[in-house]
Design a protein around this ligand. Structure first.
Ligand code: FES
Length: 142
């Protein structure tokens, strides 16, 4: 059912944890399954993602997609990171079962939410980046 890459990223997640004083943080959730994903970004002066970490309260596919998504955006500029879609994450993982596609969407949304937070803090606009649909920070923290 799951590719070897999915199992590898589930068993040995890359970039799990959090970043102190991050440049941007994004938290998203899926109302149906209740899973929550948070991405922390450390962006340097040139707009390059120097470090990225995630925390995921969710299913195995959500953990694997968080792990792969962080690997894909690390070292990229914020504009390049915006191009990391859920499709790219799924391809990098050699696919996901159809019922798990939404988990990869959560990873894309979490990255976008973190980029949005970064842009807000910097007072800049990242071309093509849309405001996250829902901010679940309140839900998570209460
Ligand atoms: Fe919802 Fe995986 S089942 S994120």
């Amino acid at each position: 059912m799951y590719s070897e890459k999915v199992m590898d990223h589930f068993n040995n997640p890359r970039n799990m944890g959090e970043i102190e004083n991050p440049s941007g943080v994004g938290t998203v959730g899926n109302a149906k399954c209740g899973d929550i994903m948070r991405i922390y970004l450390d962006v340097d002066e040139a707009g390059v993602i120097r470090d990225v970490k995630f925390k995921t309260f969710g299913c195995g596919a959500a953990v694997a997609t968080s792990s792969m998504a962080t690997e894909l955006v690390k070292g990229k500029t914020v504009e390049e990171a915006l191009q990391v879609t859920n499709k790219a994450v799924m391809e990098a993982l050699d696919g996901l079962p159809p019922v798990k596609v939404h988990c990869s969407l959560l990873a894309e949304e979490a990255i976008h939410a973190a980029l949005w937070d970064y842009a807000e803090r910097q007072g800049i606009v990242i071309e093509g980046l849309r405001e996250p649909v829902a901010d679940v920070d309140e839900i998570v923290e209460t």
